[in-house]
Design a binder for this molecule. Structure first.
Ligand code: HEC
Ligand code: HEC
Length: 322
């Protein structure tokens, strides 16, 4: 994975503008108001990333695969327990853990630093190395401000009492597909400016981990090193098998001929419940569309712009193999 580097002078400008506007504010207790404002902004950003971009809610809740794209079962947000197993191509079974603030079965006793370490280094509070299905390799490149807003938000999830079983792998965790070396600190990570579409889109695609599902599965795990976005990872759902699409810019086998509009229309219909609240028969998908559809048009356009820059890889994929 390439390190995402970009300059973000915008942040400084925003802070400067904010500072000057607050200087002009002569109303009573302007400071307290500003604090509430910025806290609300952090929470909004955290909620948006947790629910619609970074997939935390997707993997850490129960999902209902009797409906299209397996929407989250309401009331289970963050409670964990979903089993990722052989049917999804894993060497054993790994459960999404309970990340609600329940003190006994969740992460209620964890400090911000404990959560940050799990998210970006893959080390649980008890020292356990997490299976890299938890995308800490990706989050290792997320800007600190985004990481902190996610942490602030998950601490406000409704506590759920749910003791999640320990994972059972057929190999030692050290042999689980080794990701690239992790940076020891995330302090230097920068969030690209939102108007730098390609860079910001790459930043979001990394956070949403589109790459893992959209790479061919090999015995060493999904091939994100040489065939990222080429598709070909097959998942077994209750009613059907589904294989991830080639989303490189290859015209014949990928999405090279897709317009921006067509790309947005892959997501937009699932913003409303009626878009996914039906039985898809044997054409279901694992792509968490009911969640990803909540991304803003601007963010989806950025991801599209980024995917256009991915070198074409020819790989013909059958979406619903027998
Ligand atoms: C692709 C699925 C997936 C996504 C997306 C995901 N996680 Fe995880 N996460 C897991 C799994 C699976 C584990 C447990 C791994 C294991 O048992 O080795 C885990 C473990 C954790 C842990 C450690 C909990 C403990 O008790 O040790 C934390 C904290 C966590 N995830 C937070 C998050 C946050 C916050 C996000 C979103 C930014 C997120 N996860 C996104 C699958 C995911
Ligand atoms: C959990 C696995 C998973 C994740 C995460 C995921 N996808 Fe998918 N995606 C799939 C599968 C499987 C398909 C094929 C079935 C379908 O169309 O839903 C697919 C299909 C697609 C298609 C349709 C392509 C075509 O030829 O019809 C696009 C576009 C796409 N994904 C883009 C993305 C983007 C962008 C992201 C990240 C924001 C992403 N996906 C995240 C599994 C995933």
């Amino acid at each position: 994975m390439k390190k995402i580097i970009a300059l973000s002078a915008i942040t400084c400008l925003v802070i400067a503008a904010f500072y000057f506007s607050s200087c002009k504010d002569k109303k009573s207790e302007p400071q307290a108001n500003n604090k509430e404002d910025s806290l609300a902004k952090v929470m909004d950003r955290g909620k948006y990333l947790v629910e619609h971009v970074a997939g935390c809610i997707d993997c850490h809740s129960k999902r209902d695969f009797s409906k299209y794209s397996g929407p989250v079962v309401p009331g289970t947000e963050g409670g964990g327990g979903f089993a990722f197993d052989e049917k999804l191509g894993l060497p054993g079974v790994v459960y999404g853990r309970n990340i609600t603030p329940d003190p006994e079965t969740g992460i209620g006793t964890w400090t911000d630093d404990d959560i940050l370490k799990a998210m970006t280094q893959g080390i649980s509070k008890n020292g356990d190395t997490l299976f890299p299905l938890m995308p800490y390799v990706n989050y290792n490149y997320m800007a600190k401000e985004d990481l902190m807003s996610i942490i602030a938000y998950i601490k406000t999830l409704k506590p759920i009492k749910n003791k999640v079983p320990a994972r059972q792998l057929m190999m030692p965790i050290s042999m689980a597909y080794p990701g690239p070396a992790l940076q020891a600190s995330v302090d230097g990570n920068i969030r690209p400016a939102e108007n730098d579409l390609v860079k910001y889109g790459g930043y979001l695609a990394n956070m949403a981990d589109c790459g893992t599902c959209h790479s061919p599965l090999t015995p060493q795990g999904p091939d994100v090193m040489t065939r990222k976005f080429a598709g070909g990872y097959t998942f077994q759902l209750p009613a059907n098998k589904v294989t991830s699409s080639n989303i490189t810019s290859d015209s014949a086998t990928g999405i090279g001929t897709w317009t921006e509009e067509r790309f947005l229309n892959k997501f937009i219909p699932y913003r409303e419940e009626k878009g996914y609240n039906y039985d898809p028969g044997n054409q279901n998908t694992v792509m968490p569309l009911s969640l990803l559809a909540g991304m803003t048009d601007a963010d989806l356009k950025a991801i599209y712009a980024y995917l256009r820059t991915i070198k074409p890889i020819s790989n013909k994929v059958e979406k619903f193999p027998k």
